[in-house]
Design a protein around this ligand. Structure first.
Ligand code: GLU
Length: 376
């Protein structure tokens, strides 16, 4: 079977890494507000679709040095620490406002290398992120550059974002970058450079493409991106590198724009689906007709109209088995109605649910996000 490019809609928990140059207009010394607004709108859309979104945002040092009017060129450690202190305040406020326009609460999390590498602190950071997500907030994460030292720091947010994705059990890391993916030669200097849309596995040949020739500049820091890919795919998540030089960059990815996808060899079912498939004791059974069975296999939700029989005693949100017309198990899912209500609405159109039950309910008996087909 040849590997296929995944769709953005396949993922439940997405880490979006935003590079400094996308967010900060260094010459003007300010945030690129219009672009950020378009990204925030994309994030809000995913958030509304019940996706968990985590932002890893660079830009503290770039913004700070612009505000402080520091000279061009590499900064000494204490200068970049000071610049980050100035820039991070503005960065956090910017994100809070951009997401706030969509009624999303942002939560700032600043981490150091030790926070992600030492078990106890790792668990601590993980719990904070989990709590924010539970509250439907969007964590906005950066390295705590103000206290990071040369020896103990990430320095680049690609690898930081990868560690965050692993820590938060995300199923996708999106690296929004200067470049639209990986090329087999430096795109700036070779007209024949071929774009690689899909990397099923990070091999030595792939690593060589990131680092072999071409200046670091023309490669847009591809080495750290491949490093990030290794961390993330080992942790069971996919990664995509896409250009951030367009408005609505996440929408663009969803629409299939040019990007490089790195696949995890682990089964890409989401953590939630793994949980549904593996660790629940089904409380009941829904038997469905052939039309519904075919629809489920096409990735659709299970509607009441396709259910012919309800067995067992279950509450809303319980796990149920789903059986086909021949009685064979098709899959498992979390049911949106308790057994009593479910029995009343089977074979009925979703539009009639409110009339039958007297309350507005979900149109789906089992939503596709809460459904795992056999074999998963
Ligand atoms: N943490 C740095 C900052 O916010 C950015 C690191 C990077 O550009 O990857 O300025």
């Amino acid at each position: 079977m040849t590997a296929k490019t995944p769709a953005l809609a396949d993922f439940r928990r997405i880490v979006v890494k935003v590079g400094s140059s996308l967010l900060v207009d260094s010459a003007a010394g300010r945030i690129k507000e219009a672009w950020l607004a378009s990204l925030a709108q994309d994030i809000a859309k995913l958030h509304k679709d019940k996706r968990d979104v985590i932002v890893v945002s660079s830009g503290a040092i770039a913004l700070g040095r612009a505000v402080l009017k520091l000279p061009k060129g590499p900064l000494k450690l204490e200068d970049s620490q000071g610049a980050a202190a100035v820039g991070q305040i503005a960065l956090a406020r910017t994100w809070a406002e951009a997401l706030g326009k969509h009624k999303i609460t942002a939560g700032q999390v600043l981490v150091t290398l030790t926070d992600t590498e030492e078990r106890r602190r790792y668990l601590n950071a993980r719990n904070t992120i989990a709590k924010l997500l539970e509250w439907r907030s969007v964590p906005v994460i950066n390295e705590n550059d103000t206290v990071a030292t040369n020896e103990i720091r990430y320095g680049d947010n690609d690898r930081l974002a990868a560690r965050v994705a692993a820590m938060a059990s995300a199923d996708l890391l999106v690296l929004l970058s200067d470049v639209d993916g990986l090329y087999d030669a430096p795109p700036a200097s070779s007209a024949k450079a071929k774009h690689i849309p899909l990397v099923p596995r990070i091999t030595a040949a792939i690593e060589a493409m990131a680092g072999a020739s071409g200046s670091e500049l023309s490669r847009g820091g591809m080495v750290t991106k491949i490093e990030a890919g290794k961390i993330v795919t080992t942790a069971g998540a996919h990664m995509v590198i896409a250009s951030g030089h367009v408005d609505h960059p996440l929408d663009a990815i969803a629409a299939g724009s040019r990007a490089t996808w790195f696949l995890t060899p682990a089964n890409p079912v989401t953590a939630r689906k793994k949980w549904i498939a593996g660790s629940l004791e089904p409380k009941g059974t829904l038997t469905i007709d052939a039309g519904a069975a075919a629809a489920l296999r096409r990735g659709k939700s299970l509607l009441p109209a396709g259910v012919v029989r309800v067995d067992g005693v279950f509450g809303r949100g319980d796990a149920v088995l789903i059986r086909g017309p021949d009685g064979a198990e098709i899959g498992r899912g979390l049911v949106a109605y308790d057994a009593e209500d479910a029995a009343k609405i089977i074979r009925k159109s979703s539009g009639d649910i409110a009339l039958i039950l007297g309350v507005e309910g979900r149109a789906e008996m089992v939503h596709r996000d809460d459904l795992v087909l056999g074999g998963a």
